[in-house]
Design a protein around this ligand. Structure first.
Ligand code: AHR
Length: 498
């Protein structure tokens, strides 16, 4: 048994943890929208206006705060006017990014907005910059948010929606350094400002404008954007989007369920890179924006493996194991720790694509190990990050060194909440929690673990990786001794009594 020590100060609040850190992303890609979210009104699968009822319920259970749509790379080929009006008359297109399939546009703006209303989450619209126009995007904003008195507001009413929607988050271009137009940061910064300027705040709707940010460690992109985004006395963007996927080797990704210890630790090493990555981008942003007016928005993150055998390579469908639960927990703990700068994060992607929280097969649905982590972390939503210091072992395994534990701690409504992961495959860890202020009482813990790191939840109803109540802790002179088993994520909530 290894040992670790975490000291904390529940009165030292470092940052507010926006619930949007627990956001999601949906793209017209593979079976994410069609089959996953939207089955059409005539489907035998229980639905409301075509939206899958089981999926909606499962997403509500994890308190989905925000959903990004319609892409990804698809966003820069998406022309919103093709997705409104009578579904039978909507223009079709070929989804050139994702499998070359025909997109019939039956899921468009109205369907997406209804989905967000059902989920009770904020919509995050990703606007087309790559193949669109300033006018097209500004009209989309007007269509969604202007109360009345313009052709766009009238068109919306003709299509059955009198009242405007509230749209806070607007992304202006996706991966403009790549699939969104292969631009340089200098060129894109100018394009961004032109688009942003003409996307207006209508009828009291306040946009939070998000500029395309760097791919992983492209620190120059962040530097150039931050240098250019402050103009005429104010920040022209509220957020800068970072994309970072946990992929050890792009040329040899491996399968979700088939990996050896080397593959496992290489991936752990990659996911832990999220920490220095965010720290470095934040350092650059701090230089230009010491008052933290521009948020870092990690609007694509997660694992990316080879697709499941027999599935369309363009559909990015992968299983999800206990390993993915650890990736999710480590990433979310890192985002929490950086909540001062990280204002939103969106896992890629919500259903049936990449590190999905939900998988579907016909009428059957699975809540993945990653879903279990999102459920466990719920008490962090809108809580205050508190100061901790941890002394924990480093694992030297398979040629890499990785921290054994990741953790974050927050306080809300008088209770302290800790989430901690242990990525060792063999060793449990005894963690001593020590309050700087008081004594720990009334602890309640939960765990996600598996017999085997390769375990996944399956369509036959088996659920070997699931959130359970946990009692392996004891009080020790005002402290709490908590066992965090190998390959597990544990949470504990308690009172810090002064
Ligand atoms: O999430 C899959 C793709 O990854 C997105 O479409 C794109 O933005 C990124 O490269």
């Amino acid at each position: 048994m290894k040992t670790a020590y975490i000291k904390f100060d529940s009165e030292k609040k470092l940052a507010h943890i926006n619930k949007e850190i627990y956001g999601h992303f949906s793209e017209h890609l593979g079976r994410c929208i069609y089959n996953g979210i939207y089955v059409g009104k005539d489907s035998d699968i229980p639905n409301k206006d075509g939206l899958r009822s089981d999926v909606v319920e499962a997403l509500k259970e994890i308190g989905i705060p925000v959903l990004r749509w319609p892409g990804g790379c698809f966003a820069d080929e998406y022309h919103w006017k093709d997705g409104i009006g009578d579904p039978a008359k909507r223009k079709k297109l070929v989804n050139t990014n994702w499998g070359g399939v025909t997109e019939d546009n039956s899921f468009g703006t109205h369907e997406f907005m209804q989905l967000c209303e059902e989920l009770g989450c904020e919509p995050y619209i990703a606007g087309n910059v790559g193949s669109g126009t300033v006018r097209e995007l500004s009209e989309w904003v007007e269509y969604m948010t202007l109360e009345s008195g313009s052709p766009m507001a009238e068109l919306r009413a003709e299509n059955g929606r009198e009242k405007p929607w509230k749209v806070k988050y607007l992304g202006i271009g996706n991966e403009s350094w790549g699939c969104g137009g292969n631009m340089t940061p200098e060129f894109y910064a100018g394009v961004y400002k032109q688009y942003a300027n003409f996307c207006k705040n209508c009828s009291g709707n306040e946009l939070y404008r998000i500029a395309c940010g760097p791919s992983a460690s492209d620190y120059n992109w962040t530097e150039v954007m931050m240098k250019n985004l402050h103009q005429n006395g104010w920040w022209q963007a509220n957020g800068l989007a970072l994309h970072f996927y946990s992929i050890h080797d792009w040329n040899c990704k491996g399968f979700a369920t088939v990996f050896d210890d080397k593959g496992y630790f290489d991936l752990m090493n990659t996911v832990y890179f999220t920490e220095p990555l965010i720290a470095k981008h934040s350092e650059i942003m701090d230089k230009y924006d010491p008052d933290v007016e521009v948020g870092l928005i990690v609007d694509e993150w997660g694992t990316w493996y080879d697709v499941e055998e027999g599935t369309n390579p363009g559909f990015l469908y992968q299983q999800n194991t206990m390993r993915d639960a650890l990736v999710a927990a480590i990433s979310l703990n890192i985002f929490n720790q950086h909540a001062k700068r990280v204002k939103m994060a969106n896992l890629a992607q919500v259903v049936n694509v990449l590190q999905a929280v939900i998988l579907t097969e016909g009428e059957r649905m699975v809540k993945t190990p990653t879903w279990q982590v999102f459920k466990m972390f719920l008490p962090h939503h809108e809580a205050e990050l508190i100061r901790t210091s941890m002394a924990a072992p480093t694992l030297d395994e398979q040629g890499v060194s990785v921290p054994m534990l990741s953790q974050s701690m927050s306080v809300k409504d008088g209770r302290v909440f800790l989430t901690v992961s242990n990525c060792s495959l063999t060793d449990d860890c005894e963690v001593l929690l020590d309050s700087e202020r008081g004594i720990i009482e009334d602890a309640r813990a939960q765990i996600i673990t598996a017999m085997d790191i390769h375990d996944f939840n399956d369509f036959d109803g088996s659920e070997p990786v699931k959130l359970c109540e946990y009692e392996e802790f004891e009080y020790l002179e005002g402290m709490l001794k908590l066992i965090v088993p190998a390959k597990s994520v544990v949470s504990v909530s308690f009172a810090d009594v002064k």
